[in-house]
Design a protein around this ligand. Sequence first.
Ligand code: PLP
Length: 422
Amino acid sequence: LAAATRFEDANPKSKAQHEIAAGILPGGNTRTLLHTTPFPLSMKCGKGSSVWDEDDHKYTDFVGELTAGIFGHNHPVIREAIVSAFDNVGVSLGSTTIQEQKHASLICERFGLERLRFTNTGTEANLHALNGAKRFTGRRKVLVFSGGYHGAVLSFGDGKVAENNVDREEWVIGRYNDVDGAKRLIEETPELAAVLVEGMQGAGGCIRGTKEFLHTIQETTKKVGAVFILDEVMTSRIAPGGIQRLMGLKPDITSFGKYLGGGFPIGAFGGSEKIMRVYDPRVPGALSHSGTFNNNTMTMHAGYAGLFQVYTDEVNLAFNAKGDALLEKLQHVSKGTKVFFTGMGAILAAHFSDGGSQEVTCIEDFEERGDLRDLFWYEMLEDGFWITRRGFMALILGTPDEEMDRFVECVGKFLQRHKDIL
Ligand code: PLP
């Protein structure tokens, strides 16, 4: 309570802004996730790996735009790419372009794909991947897992189909990391077109999928002729070649998004020529896949520059090693408390629970203590760290090592300060 009061007192401009916004936008925002009580912080600008709110507090940006912001707020390479595209190409040409093919080729090469299509968001990428799988198999059921998040209308966080999902009958929901359960559901669900799964549940709290679980899905889908769709919208940055290469997986379709647009809107899905042929407009009866901004100039140029010039395999390895080291330190400092940290590479999450540990395998394993989580959020803000309210964090390439160390220190102090309740 005291922390919430301090938050209100320290952020009068964000508070006033929220009241104005709520008169225009439902609840004052256009991204439900960003709503927090008593009001969300309103950020006014970002530079490098820092952001500033309307009340002029500076934060180290650990939200990292939920993994899409890996390049930071004004990376010189991204800037050069978009300024040059704006000056020399134009915003949107209403045509296919060489740049679109170049970016697609680079992504296919990095992730071992034969064919790729762009969308505007990860949500769309998954929707089109699912449509493709249904057309390819002539079936309609899809297996997903509780805790899974595959986009705005594809959320299964609480083990239920999102309220705003259009076809509520198509889903079968299994338990994440339940090897036998997944095998049984794949073998016994009639009309199974696809399994859609994350290699690590990101929004679900950075819960890692085991090799055995993911390989069982791959093998069993093959056996029953269903399509294995790996959602790498978040995890493709975790290792060179994505989590699939790290785990030795070969999904039928992979979906992408986030940082692949260099910080601009993007989604993509791809796989073998055999499956992606369902979208080939030269084939009679092919599925339609349109989108005004699918190949917009800014995204194609910024995304290509980001991937080709900045996020090389060497940079990827060093960056994710830093994330792993940070996670290890946080796990060490929080040992024996009600706080535990999960994650992989430079993507991590803080959890608060009376039971539960960093070894959790699915969201059913523990109950999150919202009160402790909120307290952590308020106090990390006071220490100058911008993290999501639910404890999700994604590092930025330029985040200084000292800030990561300072974060570990602040978490340690937080645990000490509240040791009576933690
Ligand atoms: N899939 C996963 C694993 C995600 O984490 C997200 C977004 O957080 C999406 C899909 C949806 O992507 P977008 O927000 O671009 O629609």
